[in-house]
Write a protein that binds this ligand. Structure first.
Ligand code: GDP
Ligand code: IMO
Ligand code: MG
Length: 463
C-alpha cells in the first residue's frame, strides 16, 4: 500500500470505527434511558394493569391513557384501601404525577365527573394534575342507549359489551359527527355537533329502543352543563406529552383492555373498538413511534375473559370456579363473573408478535397457590393441524383442542415473598416454563393486589 493509500485507508477506517463506537455507546445509554414506557395488557383485559401502573408510577412524571373509555376498570389497592379507576390513569394515586387522558380515549363526562368527585372525597388531589386532550371524543348518553339496545336486540349473538357506549362513540368519531372535548368549550359548536349526531342516531334509536331519543336540549342540560367543571382540564394533549418528553421527563402510557380485544387484531367481532396495541399509543397521544423507548406486557398467570367470544382454555368446572373465587374474578366495571381458564401460551405468542414486547409482568401468581397441578396450553389442535400462534378469524372453539403441559403445583404461599429466588421452586418452574414457551423475560411478579405484594425481579428494568 502506498503512503497516500495508507492515509486514506486510515481515515476511512477510523470514520467507520468511530461511528461503530458511538452506536454502541448510544445503545448502552439508550437501554437505561427509557423515557416513554408503554404498558399493554396481553390477554383479554383485566390482567392487573392498574396495579402494575401504580407500582411503576413512582418512576414517572406523567401517566397517559391512550385508548378505550370507561369500559376499563383498573383496581389499585394501597394500604388496604381500594380504588377503581375507569377513565383516570392509575398514576393519579401518586402525588406529583401528572395524568393525561389522551385524544384516543372516549370520555363520558358524567362518569369522569363522578370518578373525580369520588377520588377527591378520598383525599386525592386532582386539580392541576389531570389533563384531558381537547381532541378526545365524548361518549354521549345516546351512545350508551344505542349500545345497550343493540346488545339486547342481538339476543344470543350479543358481544357482551360493557354497555358504556364505547363502540358508538368511536363509530361517531369515524363517521365524523363526533363531539370532542373542544366542542365542550363552545356552546354553538356543541349544539351543531349534537344536532348532526342526533339526526343520524334518532331513526336508529326509534327502531332499537322503546325510549324516546334525547333532544339537543336534553344534551345541553345533561352534558354541556358540565363544561365549566372541565374547562381548566382541557388542553392540547399532544403538546403537553411531547413537551414532557422533550424536557427529559418520563411518561408511562397506560393501555386499557388487552391485545386480544384489539379492534384489528383481537378475536373480532368479540373485541372492543380501539387499539390497545402499540400503534394506538401514537395515534392516541399524538407521539412519534420513535418516542416509544420501552414496552412492558402485563400477563395474568392464568386466563380470564369477560363477555362473549372464543376462549380456548376456559374451564367450566370447579377449577374454573376456584380461580374465579380465589382471584375475585368479577368485572370491575360491570360486576359480571369473569370466565377463567389455564394459561394460554398460544394467545401470548400472538400478543408478543403483534406488540414486539420482550419484557412482561406476571400478575396473580398467588391465585394458583393451592392447586396441586397446573396446566399450560402450549398449542392447539385445529382442523387436523397443530398450531402455536392464535389464529385470526376464530369465532368459536368448535373443533379446537388445547394441547396442555402439566406441571406440579407448589401448594404453598407466595404472598409475603420479597425476592424472586425465595419463591417456591415449583412456582419458579411454572414462571420459567412460561418464559421459555413465549420467549419473553419476566421482570416483575405480582403476588397480591397491594403495592407491597410485588416482586421486582429485574430492578434495572426501566432505568
Ligand atoms: P386491569 O383492568 O388490567 O387493571 O385489571 P383489573 O383491576 O380489572 O383486575 C385485576 C384484579 O386483580 C384487581 O381486582 C386487582 O386488585 C387484582 N390483582 C392485581 N394483581 C394481583 C395479584 O397479583 N394477586 C391478586 N390476588 N390480585 C391481584
Ligand atoms: P380493562 O382495561 C376486560 C370487553 C367487554 C366485551 C368487549 C366489548 O379493565 O382491562 P365494549 O364495552 O368495549 O364495547 O365491550 O370488550 N371489555 C373488557 N374486558 N377488561 C376490559 O378493560 C374491557 N373493556 C372491554 O367485556 O367483551
Ligand atoms: Mg379491568
Amino acid at each position: 500500500m502506498r503512503p497516500v493509500q495508507r492515509i486514506a485507508f486510515f481515515f476511512i477506517a477510523s470514520f467507520f470505527f468511530k461511528g461503530y463506537i458511538l452506536t454502541i455507546v448510544k445503545f448502552i445509554q439508550g437501554r437505561n434511558q427509557v423515557s416513554l414506557l408503554l404498558l399493554i395488557g396481553c390477554q383479554w383485559g383485566d390482567e392487573g394493569k392498574g396495579k402494575v401502573v401504580d407500582v411503576l408510577s413512582h418512576k414517572v412524571d406523567m401517566v397517559a391513557r391512550y385508548q378505550g373509555g370507561n369500559n376499563a376498570g383498573h383496581t389499585v389497592v394501597i394500604q388496604g384501601k381500594q380504588y377503581i379507576l375507569h377513565l383516570i390513569p392509575s398514576g393519579i394515586l401518586h402525588e406529583g404525577v401528572s395524568c393525561l387522558i389522551g385524544n384516543g380515549v372516549v370520555v363520558d363526562p358524567l362518569v369522569l365527573k363522578q370518578e373525580i368527585d369520588a377520588l377527591e372525597t378520598k383525599g386525592v388531589k386532582i386539580r392541576d394534575r389531570l389533563y384531558i386532550s381537547q381532541n378526545a371524543h365524548l361518549i354521549m348518553p345516546y351512545h350508551c342507549l344505542v349500545d345497550k339496545s343493540v346488545e339486547k336486540m342481538r339476543g344470543k349473538a350479543k358481544l357482551g359489551t360493557t354497555g358504556r357506549g364505547i363502540g358508538y362513540a368511536y363509530s361517531d368519531k369515524t363517521l365524523r359527527h363526533g363531539v370532542r372535548m373542544l366542542d365542550f368549550l363552545d356552546k354553538d359548536r356543541f349544539v351543531q355537533k349534537v344536532q348532526a349526531a342526533l339526526d343520524y342516531h334518532s331513526p336508529l334509536m326509534n327502531r332499537f329502543t322503546e325510549e324516546k331519543p334525547p333532544s339537543v336540549q336534553d344534551m345541553i342540560d345533561q352534558v354541556f352543563s358540565l363544561s365549566e367543571y372541565f374547562r381548566e382540564m382541557i388542553v392540547d394533549g399532544v403538546s403537553l406529552v411531547n413537551q414532557y418528553l422533550d424536557e427529559g421527563k418520563k411518561v408511562l402510557a397506560e393501555g386499557a383492555q388487552g391485545v386480544m380485544l384489539d379492534i384489528d387484531f383481537g378475536t373480532y367481532p368479540f373485541v372492543t373498538s380501539s387499539n390497545p396495541t402499540p400503534g394506538g399509543v401514537c395515534s392516541g397521544l399524538g407521539i412519534s413511534p420513535f418516542r416509544i423507548s420501552g414496552m412492558l406486557g402485563v400477563v395474568k398467570a392464568y386466563t380470564t375473559r369477560v363477555g362473549s367470544g372464543p376462549m380456548p382454555t376456559e374451564l367450566l368446572d370447579e377449577t374454573g370456579d376456584l380461580l374465579r373465587e380465589r382471584g375475585r374474578e368479577y368485572g370491575a366495571t360491570t360486576g359480571r363473573p369473569r370466565r377463567c381458564g389455564w394459561f394460554d401460551a398460544v394467545v401470548l405468542r400472538r400478543a408478543l408478535q403483534l406488540t414486539g414486547i420482550k419484557d412482561i409482568a406476571v400478575t396473580k401468581l398467588d391465585v394458583l397457590d393451592s392447586l396441586d397441578a397446573l396446566k399450560i396450553c402450549t398449542a392447539y389442535k385445529y382442523k387436523g393441524k397443530t398450531i402455536d400462534l392464535f389464529p385470526f378469524g376464530l369465532e368459536d372453539t368448535e373443533g379446537l383442542e388445547p394441547v396442555y403441559e402439566t406441571l406440579p403445583g407448589w401448594e404453598g404461599l407466595t404472598r409475603g415473598v420479597e425476592n424472586y429466588d425465595d419463591l417456591p421452586s415449583r412456582a419458579k418452574t411454572y414462571l420459567e416454563t412460561i418464559e421459555d414457551l413465549i420467549k419473553a423475560k419476566i421482570v416483575l411478579v405480582s403476588i397480591g393486589p397491594g403495592r407491597e405484594n410485588t416482586i421486582v425481579r429485574n430492578p434495572d428494568f426501566w432505568g
